[in-house]
Design a protein around this ligand. Structure first.
Ligand SMILES: [Fe+2]
Ligand SMILES: [Fe+2]
Ligand SMILES: [Fe+2]
Length: 426
């Protein structure tokens, strides 16, 4: 992993400017990530749907694009990745998938100024003939932006965009869905948009997609309401909410870690900017878990060594998520901080075996509060009292943890500054 540029403060901290639009693109990438690659489903859907909107919904291109990015995020808790549910019947049989459009829409409502986007997401599985879900809406009851997303979605799931050849071979059978899944006019507009063969070829190119997404985010921008500190933070909260959805057994862990990281940063007398960054990185520190199979995260009992290795990949996946767009150095550095919380002071951690002060200070802070929360909030057999957790932290100071940070953490806990509501043990 490339180390971020060292900044001007004495502990190497550099102030980072995060952009909500770029973060939403990274969030979208996170819903499609796997330990070795990405499905790129949501990115392709966003680009293809926006392409259709260029002709018929020019004033709503941004909303269509953003809805495309987030259309399936409500499905991260499903047993398999959403693209494996090919038919409506399969989708309705899995409760997580059946609910994903409404759930995703509700999550997007958390972002200010995104009501239209939320509507597009809520309706992206409605079919023109009433055969879709969740409400069985018909014809013009379905927002046109949702139909654009549906076309892009259905075609991507059957593999149309894998290559120009597969596009040519599958298009005729997809055309048969006109009048059933979507209206005739919108289909014709879509077919017209395919005349740009460069665009179609780039849909199949994992090297081209990040550049296209980055350029589209820059071109379309984000709603004014999202353009500020609060908007940025709300997007980061969405990352935490998705991790909770993926693995409800650790519900609230990201938020508690974020709050405690901020408090510990304050106790360590760090700057306001560093406290803010500790909170933000805490919110997303586990987002790489979105790409780990749910069956592994939820497995009861011991994991095998191989399974453990896979789960550990979540740290480098967190870094990858924030490095998914080119030329976004601040977001990249943010991911570097958030994804290095499993490094150890003695250099035996992961993913990069960094040691001592080579580990970013905020990562070292998150490492301590993360471990503390896992000990006091775990619903598994290793539930400890705060006192017991402090003993464990102390035992591992100087090997796993930065000893100075552990010292301050102990003081903060003893002074009652680390109390967070935790879910009662099951
Ligand atoms: Fe969907
Ligand atoms: Fe989809
Ligand atoms: Fe983690």
């Amino acid at each position: 992993m490339t180390s971020p540029k060292k900044g001007k403060s004495e502990n190497g901290f550099r102030q980072l400017q995060l952009n909500a639009g770029e973060l939403l693109a990274a969030l979208s990438y996170a819903t499609d990530i796997t330990p070795s690659a990405s499905h790129f489903h949501s990115w392709r859907v966003a680009l293809v749907a926006e392409r259709i909107a260029q002709t018929v919904q020019t004033n709503h291109r941004r909303d269509v694009f953003l809805a495309g990015l987030m259309h399936d995020m409500g499905a991260v808790g499903a047993y398999r990745h959403i693209t494996h549910y090919r038919t409506i019947r399969q989708q309705l049989e899995d409760i997580q998938v059946r609910a994903h459009a409404q759930r995703g829409a509700a999550m997007v409502e958390w972002l200010p100024g995104m009501h239209a986007v939320s509507e597009y997401i809520a309706n992206h599985h409605e079919w023109y003939n009433g055969g879709g879900y969740p409400e069985g809406k018909v014809g013009n009851q379905i927002p046109i932006g949702s139909q654009m997303i549906l076309i892009a979605d259905v075609l991507d799931i059957v593999g149309c965009f894998r290559s120009l050849a597969s596009l040519r071979s599958t298009l005729p059978s997809m055309a048969d869905l006109t009048g059933c899944a979507w209206g005739k006019e919108i289909w014709q507009t879509f077919v017209h948009s395919l005349e740009d063969s460069d665009f179609c070829a780039s849909m199949a190119d994992p090297e081209a997609l990040p550049v296209l997404i980055k350029n589209k985010v820059s071109e379309l921008g984000i709603p004014e309401t999202l353009n500020g500190e609060e908007g940025t933070e709300r997007v980061l909260h969405l990352f935490a909410a998705l991790v909770d959805l993926k693995d409800p057994s650790t519900l609230g862990h990201s938020l508690r870690t974020a709050r405690r990281a901020r408090k510990l940063a304050e106790y360590l007398k760090l700057s306001t900017e560093e406290m803010k960054m500790a909170y933000r990185a805490g919110l997303v520190h586990d987002c790489g878990r979105l790409g780990i199979e749910g069956s592994l995260l939820n497995k009861s009992g011991r994991l095998t060594v191989k399974e453990m290795d896979t789960v550990r990949k979540h740290a480098e996946m967190t870094i990858r998520i924030f490095a998914s767009l080119p030329d976004c150095p601040d977001m990249h550095d943010f991911g570097y901080i958030a994804g290095h919380d499993h490094e150890r002071w003695d250099g035996k951690g992961y993913p990069d075996m960094l040691a001592g002060e080579d580990i970013p200070l905020i990562s070292r802070i998150i490492s301590v509060v993360d471990a503390y929360d896992s000990m006091v909030a775990s619903n598994e057999y290793r539930l400890l009292t705060p006192k017991g957790a402090l003993v464990r932290l102390e035992q591992n100071a100087g090997s796993q943890f930065d000893p100075q940070i552990v010292k301050v953490m102990i003081e903060a806990v003893k002074n009652g500054h680390m109390e967070e509501e935790v879910r009662p043990a099951a």
